[in-house]
Design a protein around this ligand. Structure first.
Ligand SMILES: [Zn+2]
Length: 84
């Protein structure tokens, strides 16, 4: 048995995961805060099938689509500025 307390181990575990996958850490933190499985944008409940496929999912289908569009339009904006 380790000499470390459960919460100390948990904190270290989260930081170890953070080195490889920040999205996984965000999901773990949300799990601990009891906010797991809810869309971070609209609060919509995410389907288990979707979480099962991607446990680090944070947006519902609608918000994910909107975020994707926003990213694309901002990317185009940056390209437009670079190209005369
Ligand atoms: Zn949403």
């Amino acid at each position: 048995m380790t000499h470390l307390a459960a919460e100390e181990l948990e904190s270290l575990r989260v930081r170890l995961v953070a080195r490889t996958d920040p999205r996984a850490v965000a999901a773990l933190i949300r799990l601990r805060k009891d906010e797991f499985g809810l869309c971070v944008r609209c609060g919509e409940e995410l389907e288990f099938a979707m979480l099962d496929a991607a446990p680090d999912l944070v947006l519902c289908t609608d918000c994910d689509e909107e975020a994707r569009k926003a990213r694309e339009s901002s990317r185009h904006g940056i390209c437009g500025m670079k190209q005369p």
